[in-house]
Design a protein around this ligand. Sequence first.
Ligand code: GLN
Length: 548
Amino acid sequence: MAREGHKYIFVIGGVMSGVGKGIAVSSMGLILNQRGYAVNLVKIDPYLNVDAGTMNPTEHGEVFVLNSGLETDQDMGNYERFLNRDLTSADYMTGGMVYQSVIERERSLGYGGKCVEAIPHVRDEILRRIEAAAEHNGSRISVIEVGGTVGDFQNALFIEAARVLKMQHPDDVTFVMVSYLPVPGTLGEMKTKPTQNAVRQLNAYGVQPDFLIARAKHPLDEKRKEKLALAVSVRADHIISAPDVDSIYEVPLNFEVDKFGDALLETLKLPTERQADFTEWKKFVENTRVTEPEVTIGIVGKYFDTGDFVLSDAYLSVIEAIKFSGAKLAAKPKIEWVNAKDFERGEDVAKLAKYDGIIVPGGFGETGIEGKLAAIRYARENKIPYFGLCYGMQLMTVEYARNVVGLEGAHTVEIDPATPHPIIDVMPDQKDVIAEGNYGGTMRLGVYPAKLAGGTIAREAYGTDAIEERHRHRYEVNPAYVERLTDAGLVFSGTSPDGVLMEIAELPKEKHPFMLGTQFHPELQARPLAPHPLFTAFLAAALLRSKK
Ligand code: GLN
């Protein structure tokens, strides 16, 4: 069933989730890529949602959108950033997608009257999808991340599919377990037992890992490496130490120290095509370490209510995009979180004065909306560099309509369907979708082209007049108000090629150092080695303010 000559690396978690499996997979992609191999990275999310689009960001972190428009897990963002390449829908699967295909096929008599069962039918659908991913981009190696932790009920079938592939193609399939070694406070010693048990649990599925990535606070010492090797039957030189790092971008460099890339190729019986060259990557990592000049960015959002961990996850790509542009400008961005709801509870919006730049990121719904509008007004009136992403662009336009054009009660119909001035309106083709309650995967999603107007901040930043950016929204600047907004000084510097949809709004440089919003999500295409031009332009403006 497997593609001739193709190699498969399955990555499975042990002990607990959230220890950086996605970063390990991304880093493996990079180190193999650097050795001359085309790699595709595949994420399996065992949950039953058909895609990640219907989940609240506080539930599962940011929703990452591919060029194709598929709404995926944030790990796909890390994969793209490390590989510096766009991934496709074939590179992502959820339990929901797999079952949906099987059930649809059953409904159309696709199984020829057979009883449809988890084994073989669901397993084979999983294998079919793994093949489909292997077949594109001329890739030679697939690194496939099985979400969750070994022992979870819902990923058992995916591990079973991997076992079968290994049985059929023993030389082409290898297993990596990403495990966690705790250092209990009372003992102060790194414990290997939970990992031993996790490997045994994987063994119970008939799978023996060839590699173990030992995630821990500290590097794994030789003594424990030897002990663990014996206990779990993994060669000591296949146990890769992965201590906590300041920056996730150091992980591939640490893997290099343990010669992980060479060992993977050796196990897969592949020659080293070329010597890995990390010059550019190292330079990027070094630039992320600069400590000054510091530039302080306030992100005014709302998905913060469950503490810091969720907060940074919900806006992950935005944070990374800021870091990349910071590295490019050799400046240290300091990100602070501002809860939009605070301004509705009476906190003084003037506290924003301390920021060198303000971002209102993407969002949905009513919570915190007046707080965001107050923040945008403050940024505009006090000439603080402002960058609005999707909702942040829509609200920037609403604020302008209310307070500059003078349209009282102006709003987005998402919040106020009865507003006298629907500045942001539902897109015509979205009306039926909403009426039918058909919310999954139905927004304006994925990459669309736009054209840029000459003499604008956007045109100058991009250095071209034709761009392609990724979208995820249902609402849009209402064409009926474009003339009034433009007459009052707002510039729509980016539009759809036919000129109908407003994709970028900005204020001229003479009026404001940087006030710009995008209907799309530029953060989704920012990469370590290719920072996004608009984030760089915004950060450069913020840097100027910081020096005043
Ligand atoms: N809620 C807005 C819309 O649907 C903005 C979406 C977003 O910020 N991603 O159009």
